[in-house]
Structure formats: structure tokens, C-alpha cells
Design a protein. Structure first.
Length: 290
């Protein structure tokens, strides 16, 4: 193994959306041993870059759950979009169910409800960081909105009429499980789409060829490497495709039990430098030389 694929939210990043110095040092140590480290995230490219600012890390990034592969220099090497019919069908389903969603596109990430987005982020922070004050959560939510490079528009219909705009994925949120389940079932019936999740209250809808595992295979081949020599670290259901494809799979301590049951090793949580712990384990056991 000569490659390590790392998820971001809930994995590399702390709950405050930062990369710990321990994780930074571990990645640098891996790179110093000629190991290719690639980020593999549901985020847009700009949103993936934000938490890396100030770390000194320069990494290739697989974005949008595998819909886009970027080089270390930021050049797009592969891109897979939803076609116009898929976009309209998914949009109609989410609108009919009254589910909030964001559009991840080649021109940025769009929401039509700034206040609703901030409240949504606060709700998620409230469950994961119950000790924070309301003001701290509001400030944190605004910081996260900025870090995700979200843009606000008045109307999605006008947006998708732009012929130069291409949609990589839909990210939707709802606390109503029945609505999410109905939307998921309907979206799964749309030809060549795949529905995954990066949290208990969301759906991520991509083209069926835009999956973290498939993108990782493409990236590894482009680098002249082999999946037999590749490890993957993740925490959620949209990570399963890469965890299953990699020769050595690692789940975070904060992952659901179903994720943990599907991997070779469970590391510490994202609040305990779990990525660093996993990288050092891989190197200590000399897994990358096999």
C-alpha cells in the first residue's frame, strides 16, 4: 500500500472544523515516506480547502462524494455531473417532500435559505456540542457557512436553467425520517443515481458513477498505484464505497456501529486525533510495504 484516502467531516476534521496539529504531523510523516495522501470528501473543492488553510498541507482532493478529482495544484482531472433530467427529477422529489437541500455545482454550492441554513448548522452543533452557548453556536454556524463556501440564491429554477452550470450532487436535510426515507426511495428509482448519507438527517444524491470508492480507484490508477496498496479512513455511510474498495479499511471511533463492523480496524474519534492514530498504526505495522 502506497496511498491513504481520508474523509474530512467527522474524520480528519474536529467538530470545530479544524485539522489538529497531530493529524497534520501524521500526514506529513506519511508523505515523507512517499505515501500519497488524498482527501476524499462530500465537500466542494473550495469547502475542502478552507480547513487546510494555515496547516501547510497541499493534497490532491476527491470532491462531491467522488464527482470530481483535483490534483494537488487544484486542476480538475475528472468530473461526473448529474444530467439535466436527473437534476429536475431529484429537485421535484425534494420539493414535493418539502425537504431543504443545497446544490453542489461547478459554479459553487447554493442554498435558497441563508437563515434556514444557519439554523440547520446550529441544530447539528447543538447535538454534537451541547456545552456551547447559543451565541457560540451562532458564531460557529456562520463560520461553517463561510468555510463551506455557500452562496445564497433566490430561486433554484433560474439557477438550473444556466446551460453552463453543472450539478455534481444534491445535499438534503430533514429531521423527518419518513420524508427522508420516501425521498431516498424515489431518488433511488431515478436512472443512474445513487443515494448515500453523511449524517443521520441527510441524503446525498449523485450520479451513480460519482462515488468515493470509484473515484479512489480512478485516482489510484492515475497515480500509477494499486488498490491493493491503498488504505481508507472514514466515519459515515458515504464512505462505505471507499472503505470496501480499499485493501485496508479504518473507521473512526465516532462512526456508527454498522460502519465499524465493515472495516479492518477502528481508530480513535475525530476529537482524539483518530486519523493520526490510524496513520501511525498503518506505518508501524508496515502495511504499506506489503
Amino acid at each position: 500500500m502506497r496511498c491513504i484516502s481520508i474523509d474530512m467531516d467527522g474524520t480528519l476534521l474536529t467538530n470545530e472544523q479544524s485539522v489538529s496539529s497531530e493529524n497534520v504531523n501524521a500526514i506529513r510523516e506519511a508523505q515523507s515516506q512517499d505515501i500519497t495522501v488524498v482527501l476524499n470528501t462530500g465537500r466542494a473543492y473550495d469547502g475542502a480547502l478552507k480547513p487546510l488553510e494555515g496547516t501547510g498541507l497541499t493534497l490532491p482532493i476527491i470532491c462531491y462524494n467522488g464527482a470530481e478529482i483535483r490534483s494537488t495544484e487544484g486542476e480538475i482531472q475528472h468530473a461526473i455531473y448529474l444530467d439535466d433530467q436527473q437534476v429536475r427529477s431529484v429537485k421535484d422529489i425534494l420539493d414535493e417532500e418539502g425537504i431543504y437541500y443545497q446544490l453542489f455545482t461547478n459554479k459553487g454550492v447554493f442554498t435558497h435559505d441563508y437563515d434556514g441554513t444557519i439554523e440547520l448548522i446550529i441544530d447539528m452543533m447543538r447535538s454534537s456540542n451541547p456545552n456551547l452557548t447559543e451565541e457560540e453556536m451562532k458564531v460557529g454556524a456562520e463560520r461553517q457557512f463561510e468555510s463551506l463556501s455557500l452562496k445564497t440564491v433566490d430561486n433554484f429554477n433560474e439557477l438550473i436553467e444556466d446551460n453552463e452550470l453543472h450539478v455534481y450532487k444534491f445535499l438534503s436535510f430533514s429531521s423527518d425520517k419518513e420524508r427522508l426515507n420516501r425521498a431516498s426511495a424515489k431518488a433511488n428509482d431515478i436512472k443512474q443515481t445513487v443515494v448515500t448519507s453523511s449524517g443521520k438527517e441527510n441524503l446525498e444524491i449523485n450520479h451513480e458513477n460519482a462515488q468515493k470508492g470509484l473515484a479512489l480507484e480512478t485516482f489510484v490508477a492515475d497515480q500509477g498505484l494499486n488498490m491493493k496498496h491503498t488504505a481508507a479512513i472514514g466515519d459515515n455511510y458515504n464512505d462505505l464505497s471507499m472503505l470496501r474498495k480499499a485493501a485496508y479499511s479504518i473507521a473512526m471511533g465516532n462512526a456508527d456501529q454498522e460502519i465499524k463492523n465493515s472495516v479492518a480496524f477502528v481508530t480513535k474519534s475525530n476529537e482524539e486525533d483518530g486519523v493520526a492514530h490510524a496513520i501511525y498504526k498503518i506505518m508501524d505495522e508496515d502495511l504499506l510495504s506489503n
